[in-house]
Design a binder for this molecule. Structure first.
Ligand code: 3H9
Length: 712
């Protein structure tokens, strides 16, 4: 018997004709959910699942039930696209209760990822058999939610309060064989999963065992203060309502009966579902996948085989890129003209893997294999057999010219040639070679072995093959490539320059670095712009040509605060003094009276009467400067969709995920409001800078937003 309906469903994926199949192995019924790609529990799937369960419950020939999934994974949870619609019955919370209440034993057969509502379905089954490598998780928090179908009550009864809370608060899936998940599954299948689950069900019947209902299991002991500790951690996640509600929901297991606690969690789930934070996080979920699925202009070419990569420049960035490449299984040649710098880089890379060994992330054999794929050289002739070259030398067009002319001479034909420039013109760099079609930009973010974002910069000359090769390489490094074009900082740094500009102007008007940082940190950035500048090095921003060229001039006057800081040797954490002062060995910046004195003197000389600037104005001006530039970026087709701008800022610049990204945030403010505020800033501060971007004007007048509504 097969149940379900044909056509495509709310997930937008082509739905198979039969969403739930019902088969028999003797007295065991096997209910198989079949909803590619991830068996999301959309309404038609839920309806078909209930129909199948109801049918087997009344079938006297069926003595036990196996619930399994077809395809690459068990259910990955509720269908996230449905969260924008009114909840449609049958509700998962009721379905899993019906399964738990079943008088016949129900065995879940788990494989792949058992996530969210899928995990809650598994928890409500009486027993669980899993294929090796199965991972379970409750990732609802990453969508601004809590587990809404009994997971807050059943998970602690199986793995204890500590682990259950950790799973719900970090949202990360764990191997079901991890020691902390002992108690979650009853058996790891040794061969075919369904056959193992059926055999397990037969053993249960043979032992005359009654259904083991998770709700009836005794509560496990918890560590002292478990709820208070997690509540403290949750409270620190400012702007996110879900973590605190998760802790409260789990604690209810100790305060009220199971049914009432599940009902309360379900009500919390529905309230969170409608919160702006959850909506923003759902936008982020789909935006990241859209960027990964259909990178602009990247699909036409055929990726070339890349196994050997040369990284030129062994500074911090070159080292991080080399580590990321080694981690992805590639063979790396690190090239650096200075022998001491090369030796230092090799030592740091070796120390990185030694650290990974000590933390038990890798074993000694893996460490040896990783370092065995790394070689280094002080001459560029070493790149002669490379499939790909990544240049990560000093950010100076003269230096780039020298290096690329040499690369062009030595690199084999067909090699992908890339530059890690963060704001220079990639087309100009490509022009230093006789093969600009092979050149693209790969703008990694520091630390390159940690940060997911890579801006993949194409030029008009880049061939589709080169672009496809670059994207395939980035994907292999488990990074997210956002295709963009242009110069002057592409997407991220181009917008960052605008925010920096505005913050510097607010300093000379009267704000202090600590006030600006506090305002943007309370908006949700982990670190304010001046803290970031101190971390990166003030001289780095100062060298940035975009800032120096035009942005810092107004009314024929130049805001030269960066020059003054560099001249005073206040370069940031590396000199223990920047916008803040640092005790030796500490990374905690403290307000510095010397900076305040410098600012007061600067304002006096510029004839500016200093005044305090409210936190709300600081946030507004910083954000509007970025949004206005982002509108130009979208209009100039630097990216192919507005959500790519969001993805860049979310994955590379610490924009708070629960605000969805700069352009999603703009849409939430409403573009007529954004436009009106920019026009009012133009009146107050001058139209020379505050000119609304034409796209912003058009969209605001048409009553539209940057993001076209997602099809439901
Ligand atoms: C929940 O369950 C609440 C409960 O408490 C119930 C309360 C009532 N829905 O990531 P991929 C799509 S909340 C809809 O590229 P991978 C995805 O958009 C939910 N669509 O593959 C993509 O579409 P496209 C809790 C979904 O192999 C395609 O599937 N669950 C869903 O790299 C492939 O996805 C989660 O948060 C979904 N739930 O990774 C799990 N999941 O092809 C979210 C995926 O059009 N999912 N899609 O671009 C994941 O973590 C990953 O997708 C997974 C596979 C690890 C499963």
């Amino acid at each position: 018997m097969k149940t379900g309906r044909a056509g495509s469903d709310s997930s937008g994926h082509k739905a198979p004709v039969n969403l739930v199949a019902l088969t028999r192995d003797g007295e065991i019924a096997i209910v198989t959910i079949d909803h590619p790609p991830v068996n999301a529990l959309s309404q038609p799937v839920r309806a078909a699942l209930v129909a199948a369960i109801d049918k087997v419950l009344v079938d006297d020939e069926v003595r036990a039930i196996v619930v399994a999934c077809a395809g690459r994974t068990f259910c990955a949870g509720a269908d996230i696209r449905e969260f924008d619609l009114a909840p449609q019955p049958p509700h998962l919370v009721d379905i899993v209760q019906r399964i738990e209440d079943a008088p016949k034993p129900v065995v879940a057969a788990l494989h792949g990822e058992v996530l969210g509502g899928g995990c809650e379905l598994a928890l409500a089954c009486h027993y669980r058999v899993a294929a090796p490598g199965t991972r379970a998780g409750l990732p609802e928090v990453t969508l601004g939610l809590l587990p809404g179908s009994g997971g807050t009550q059943r998970m602690p009864r199986l793995v204890g309060f500590d682990t259950a809370l950790e799973m719900m608060l970090d949202g990360k899936p764990r191997l079901v064989t991890a020691p902390e998940l002992t108690g979650l599954v009853d058996e790891i299948a040794s061969g075919d999963l369904k056959a193992s689950a059926v055999a397990f069900a037969r053993n249960i019947l043979a032992a005359d065992a009654t259904p083991r209902r998770t709700r009836s299991l005794p509560l496990l002991a918890a560590s002292p203060d478990v709820f208070a500790r997690h509540a403290d951690v949750a409270a620190k996640r400012r702007g996110e309502p879900a973590p605190a509600r998760i802790v409260a929901a789990v604690k209810r297991a100790t305060e009220m009966n199971f049914t009432d606690a599940v009902a309360r969690a379900r009500a919390d789930f529905l309230a969170l579902r409608d919160s702006p934070e959850s909506r923003a996080l759902r936008h982020v979920f789909f935006a990241e996948r859209e960027t990964a699925r259909s990178p602009a202009g990247g699909s036409a070419g055929m990726p070339r085989d890349i196994e050997r990569v040369a990284v030129i420049g062994a500074g911090t960035m070159g080292q991080g890129i080399a580590i990321a490449l080694l981690d992805a299984g590639l063979t790396v040649t690190l090239v650096e003209a200075s022998d001491p710098a090369l030796a230092r880089a090799n030592e740091r890379i070796a120390a990185h893997y030694q650290g990974a060994l000590e933390k038990k992330r890798i074993d000694a054999t893996q460490k040896e294999a990783l370092l065995g794929r790394l070689s280094s050289s002080s001459t560029l002739s070493a790149i002669a057999d490379s499939d790909c070259v990544i240049e990560a030398v000093f950010e100076d067009i003269g230096v780039k010219r020298q290096v690329f002319e040499e690369i062009d001479r030595v690199a084999p034909g067909g090699a992908l040639l890339t530059t890690n420039t963060s704001y220079l013109d990639v087309a100009e760099i490509a022009g230093f070679t006789k093969r600009p079609r092979d050149v693209v930009g790969l703008h990694f973010f520091s630390p390159a072995n940690v940060m997911r974002l890579v801006e993949v910069v194409r030029t008009d000359a880049s061939s589709p093959d080169a672009l496809a090769s670059a994207l395939a390489l980035v994907k292999r490094m488990r990074k997210l490539g956002v295709v963009c074009k242009g110069k002057d900082g592409f997407v991220g740094n181009r917008m960052l320059a605008q925010r920096t500009r505005e913050c510097l102007f607010m300093l000379e008007e009267g704000a202090l670095p600590q006030e600006i940082d506090a305002a943007l940190e309370s908006f949700g950035f982990a670190l304010g712009p001046f803290g970031v500048a101190d971390l990166a090095g003030i001289d780095i921003g100062w060298r940035n040509a975009i800032l120096r060229r035009q942005l810092l001039e107004v009314g024929g006057r130049r805001c030269d605060l960066l020059d003054q800081m560099v001249a005073a040797g206040r370069l940031g954490q590396k000199t223990n003094a920047g916008w803040f002062r640092y005790e030796a060995g500490s990374r905690k910046g403290r307000p510095d009276p010397a900076v305040e004195a410098l600012l007061i003197e600067h304002s006096r000389k510029a004839g500016i009467t200093r005044h305090s600037i409210a936190s709300a104005e600081i946030v507004e001006r910083s954000l509007l400067a970025m949004i206005n530039e982002a509108a130009r970026i979208v209009e100039e087709d630097v990216v192919s969709r507005a959500s790519d701008v969001d993805v860049v800022w979310l994955t590379g610049y610490g924009f708070p995920r629960y605000r969805g990204g700069p352009l999603y945030y703009a849409d939430q403010l409403g573009l007529p409001h954004v436009l009106a505020r920019i026009e009012s800033l133009a009146e107050r501060l001058g139209a020379e800078y505050w000119t609304p971007a034409p796209l912003l004007q058009r969209l605001a007048q048409a009553g539209q937003g940057f993001h076209a509504a997602r099809p439901a």
